[in-house]
Each structure stands twice: as C-alpha cells, then as structure tokens.
Write a protein that binds this ligand. Structure first.
Ligand code: X8Z
Ligand code: ZN
Length: 455
C-alpha cells in the first residue's frame, strides 16, 4: 500500500506509460466510498446555507468578493478568457513533446492529453515533466532538486530559508513556538493529513505550519507559500477579530507565491542551490518554461474545481453525474482525458484534498493572477524597471514596507482598497501575468507553427 507521497513520486518521475496509469488508478481508488457521504454533505451544507439566507453553498462561497454571485462568476470567466490563449499555446507545445516520448498512439493529435502524463496526480501543475519539454536541453539544467538532496537539505532547513526571505524584507522572525509546535515532516508513528497548511491556532500569533516536505524545489516553493499565510497572520493578528482575515481569500493564497516569484535563478545561486546561471535568451526561455509549467498550466484546474462544486451545490449536477461532469470540465478547460475508463461509481473529484476537506479552490485561480499583479507592484516599489521575469525583491526594504502595510490592513477595508494600497490596481488583472510570460508566448507561437493546436 503506497501513500500519496509515494504515488506522487511515480507520477512525477516515471516515464513508463503503464506504471503511470497504475499509480493514477491506485490513488483514485480511495474516493468512490466517499461519494454517498459527499452527496449527503451537499444536502446538509445547503440546508445550512439556506438558513442563513443564501440559495446554496456555492452562492455563500461566491459572496465574499463584494459582488453578486453572477458578477463574480463573470469576473472569473473574464480572467480565464484573457489567459486561455497562452494556456492553449502551452498545451499545444507540451502535447507535441509528449508525442515524442510516448508516441502518437498514446498521445494522439488534436485530442486531450492523457492526464497521467503531466507529472502530477491531478494534472494541475506540470513542472515535473520539465525534462521532457525543456526548450534548450543543452543549456545548464536548472536542477534545484539535485542540490537540495546533495546538500542534505531537510524540511526545517527549507523552512528556515523561507523565513529568511521574509525577514530580509523587514518582517519580524517567526515566534519560537513556531518551531516547537509546527509539524514539518511526516510522523512515523501515526497517520496524518500531509497536505500543507498554515495556522494561527489562537488567532493571537500562535503561528504554525503542518507539512511533510521532501527535499524538492516544489516543496521549497510550498514552504514560501505556507509562510506567506503565517506572515499575513503576523501582520494582522492584533486587529479586531473580524478584521483578522485576508483582504479576500485569494490574497491569502497569493502572498507566499508572490515571494516565490522572487526566488529567481540568481537568488537560488546566492543560497547555493544552483550553479552559475549563464545569461542569455536560451536560459531565459528555459526558465520561463519551468515557470509556465507551474503557473500557466495550473490556471484551468484552478478554475474548474469550484465550477464543478458550484454546479453540484446548485443541483445542476446530481450524484449520478458527479464524475462525468468532472471529466467534462477537465476535458473542456484543461484539455486532459481520463487515463482509464471511468464510470458513475467513480468519484475522482474526491481524490483531491480540497474536495474531501471542503476547502475553497477558486482562491488559487485568483491567487495565480493576483501574484503577478503583486509582483509587478512590489518590483515597482523597489524602483525596478526591467522585465518582470528578471525581477527579485529579495532584501528590498521599500518593497517589504509596501507589502507589510497592505498585509497589516487585514480585512479592515474592501479588497480593492488593499490592492490599490500596494499599487496593484483595484481589480483582478491578467495583464502582469501575460507581460511576465510574453517572451515564452512568442517562442511557443513560433514552435507551434504548422501544428494543429486544440482538442
Ligand atoms: O493547497 C494548496 C496549498 C495549501 S494552502 C499548498 N495549494 C493548492 C493545491 O495544492 O492544490 C497551493 C496551490 C494549489
Ligand atoms: Zn495556501
């Protein structure tokens, strides 16, 4: 019996088609027993939502953005429409490269990509197949994982490194209790939820994280993500309890990721996690590809998880349609297909933590847009005027002051005010993300010439 950690490693590293199918199928066998319980939970949660004046739980969840549920859905769709052309280029290029590895019989033309081939259990981020799609393979590899293993980086060291990023901006260090009370590795003596999370347990500065990090670049970035939550708590825990929240929940998910955008190859080199990184167009495109496999590939997944739940809570998708509706969305938006035939008894959404744990998801879609807005605004605050993908605010006190001032507002003002306080405008805007990836987009368009893109 393998843990999700082990199965995820297979998804990330194996290049054997059948092994990938097997690991995918194995993990997805955990969720069918959840299906009747999930259906009952939907009924009960909807009763609760109605009792407090909402049409259903989806309407309740969509209500925290200071606009009507319909306006919120339209706003999210607007952002998706803006980024979809970039996603489509990436999808087209990746599919062509996967055809080279697995053959056109396994990865057919003009069809969705089999979901087990993208390096991640949910096909949500594709960074683990960077080696298969690297634009310029002869350039030095941007292989941080190797350095982490060779340097014996353990989970506490990765978290300490993340903390240093924040203190260099001017934040106070984490409290001593953080190091006593956090869970940083998978305990040997009991089963735990390893999905990374961050907490202020007492709403009074009892900051902790609960994670099971392995020495990988992916987890180093998750360390920054989780610390982003804790440093947000740190800035607002002295406010009245009602203001002890993010400006909106998308902000909370965006802060640590914004910091991670400044974890550039130069910064990684300065902390010994990369050898010298040659400057030049080829390295830049390689680095952009690595980032896009993480940030751009994620966008449709970030969108559909809650699209599915909104339809479920609204009764538009009934339990017998749960799985088919899930795959219809995966196919339409992500352009991926199920590795093996699925039936109505399967419950693939339940194999994703946030569905089983009833944790919001559209916040990550928004965070993936916001973090580029925040990055741009903080780079400007730092006096930086070059291209966005080359900017790092590491150690910059002006950027830090701007960020801390915004975080310190908590939820005391409407979120557009908080966004404006950072200099990032008053609404979600895909512009900075598109600006960041402009060089790669041009490169992808050239590569895809003559290809029949789409699915
Ligand atoms: O769940 C998370 C964080 C915890 S707040 C690690 N994320 C989403 C996921 O893993 O599915 C971060 C990105 C998307
Ligand atoms: Zn988070």
């Amino acid at each position: 019996c393998l843990h999700l950690d082990d199965l995820s490693k297979v998804l990330a590293r194996s290049r054997k088609f059948d092994e990938l199918v097997e690991a995918w199928r194995g993990w997805h066998s955990i969720s069918p027993p959840m299906k009747p319980k999930y259906a009952r939970y939907v009924e009960l949660a909807n009763i609760g939502a109605k009792e407090i004046g909402y049409d259903d739980v989806g309407a309740l969840w969509k209500s925290s953005w200071d606009m009507s549920p319909a306006d919120f859905e339209a706003d999210v769709q607007r952002l998706w429409n803006d980024v979809k052309p970039l996603y489509d280029e990436l999808h087209c290029y990746v599919r062509a490269r996967l055809q080279k590895t697995y053959g056109k019989d396994k990865v057919p033309d003009h069809a969705p990509i089999p979901a087990q081939l993208l390096g991640n259990m949910w096909a949500q981020e594709w960074n683990n197949i960077y080696d298969l799609v690297v634009p310029y393979p002869k350039e030095p590899a941007l292989d941080v994982d190797k350095k982490l293993v060779a340097g014996h980086w353990d989970s506490p060291r990765m978290v300490h490194q993340g903390e240093r990023f924040f203190t260099a901006l001017g934040f106070d260090p984490l409290p001593d209790t953080f190091w006593d009370r956090s869970m940083l590795t998978r305990p040997r003596d009991r089963d735990v939820v390893c999905h990374a999370s961050a907490w202020d347990v007492s709403s009074a500065g009892d900051l902790r994280i609960k994670v099971c990090f392995q020495p990988t670049e992916e987890d180093l970035l998750v360390a920054h993500h989780e610390l982003g939550h804790d440093f947000y708590y740190q800035r607002y825990f002295k406010l009245p309890i009602l203001f002890q929240r993010g400006a909106n929940d998308g902000f909370h998910e965006a802060i640590g990721d914004t910091m991670a955008l400044s974890v550039t190859p130069d910064y990684l080199k300065s902390i010994g996690l990369l050898d010298a990184v040659p400057k030049g167009d080829h390295t830049r495109i390689n680095q952009q590809m690595k980032m896009a496999l993480d940030k751009v590939a994620f966008l449709p997944f970030g969108l559909i998880l809650d699209k599915w739940r909104w339809d479920v809570f609204a009764g538009k998708v009934t339990p017998d349609q749960y799985n088919a509706a899930w795959w219809a969305l995966k196919q339409q938006y992500q352009g991926v297909s199920a590795p093996v035939a699925r039936t109505a008894d399967d419950f693939d959404p339940g194999a994703k933590y946030h569905v089983a744990a009833s944790s919001l998801y559209i916040v990550y879609f928004l965070a993936h847009i916001y973090q580029f807005q925040f990055h741009k605004a903080l780079c400007q605050a730092a006096g930086y005027t070059g291209p966005l993908d080359q900017c790092s605010i590491h150690d910059n006190k002006q950027a830090g002051a701007k960020l801390m001032a915004m975080l310190g507002m908590g939820a005391s003002k409407p979120w557009p005010d908080a966004m404006e306080a950072m200099g990032a405008g008053r609404k979600g805007d895909a512009g900075p993300l598109l600006e960041y990836f402009a060089p790669l987009r041009q490169w992808l368009a050239d590569q895809n010439k003559g290809q029949q893109c789409g699915w």
